[in-house]
Design a protein around this ligand. Structure first.
Ligand SMILES: N[C@@H](CCC(=O)N[C@@H](CS)C(=O)NCC(=O)O)C(=O)O
Length: 219
């Protein structure tokens, strides 16, 4: 189900190049689903021919302007800037958790502490905003841009020795938010099961990444 040289129809429909387990690709997939944008999906393990647009956030902003319904970025320029800053602040979360999430035997011993410290920013911000979603009463761009990692965090319970889970007290608001976002239609359309995430990461660790398990039962 992966191909480096797909046969693509010239029909003017958007082409979404993705690796099935990539959280950055899922960001774009979430927008395509939330906005019901017609598209072709092409699954790759490596991009040989560069697609026109790269970088998940740039693609997300483009899609939001080109397909404004529902609008996901704030229309207020200041709030939009603040939300973009917040999304940038998720990078230290990703950086810290990456070796643990990907079952790297050489993960630094303080990786999870660093991860939790970076994640505190989001717990605090959600508390400060006082709304169910980062975007307010309905889901928005910050929610979608950080979601893919929350879908993957529970795989640490399966793949780490200590069966790691987010602390229910420290991340109380975020865990409530996670349960809420998990019910979103676009999130459900793009979701992969935690077992599959765990299985994929393990297969990568042993040097034999099983990209196609994403399509288990769907072929
Ligand atoms: N900043 C990029 C990050 C994309 C990224 O790092 N993707 C990973 C896969 S999840 C990747 O391509 N890693 C390099 C590789 O697998 O060769 C974005 O937001 O789109």
């Amino acid at each position: 189900m992966s191909s480096t040289r797909p046969d693509l129809p010239e029909d003017g429909i958007l082409r979404y190049f993705s690796m099935a387990f990539c959280p950055f690709s899922q960001r774009v997939h979430l927008l395509l689903a939330a906005k019901n944008i017609p598209h072709h999906k092409i699954y790759l393990t490596a991009v040989e021919d560069q697609p026109t647009l790269v970088e998940s956030l740039i693609i997300a902003e483009y899609l939001d302007q080109q397909y404004p319904h529902p609008r996901l970025f704030p229309t207020d320029p200041l709030q939009k800037a603040l939300d973009k800053i917040l999304i940038e602040r998720f990078a230290p979360v990703v950086r810290a958790v990456y070796p643990v999430l990907t079952c790297n035997a050489n993960a630094p011993p303080d990786a999870l502490q660093k991860f939790e410290k970076a994640l505190d920013v989001f717990e605090t911000e959600l508390t400060k905003r006082g709304t169910p979603y980062f975007a307010g009463q309905t889901i928005g761009i910050v929610d979608y841009m950080i979601w893919p990692w929350f879908e993957r965090f529970p795989s640490m319970k399966l793949n780490t020795k200590q069966r790691y889970e987010l602390d229910a007290k420290r991340f109380e608001k975020l865990l409530k938010w996670r349960d809420l976002v998990a019910q979103d239609e676009a999130v459900q359309k793009t979701a992969l099961d935690v077992q599959l995430h765990a299985e994929f990461q393990k297969s990568k660790t042993v040097g034999n990444p099983q990209y196609d398990i994403a399509f288990k039962g769907k072929l």
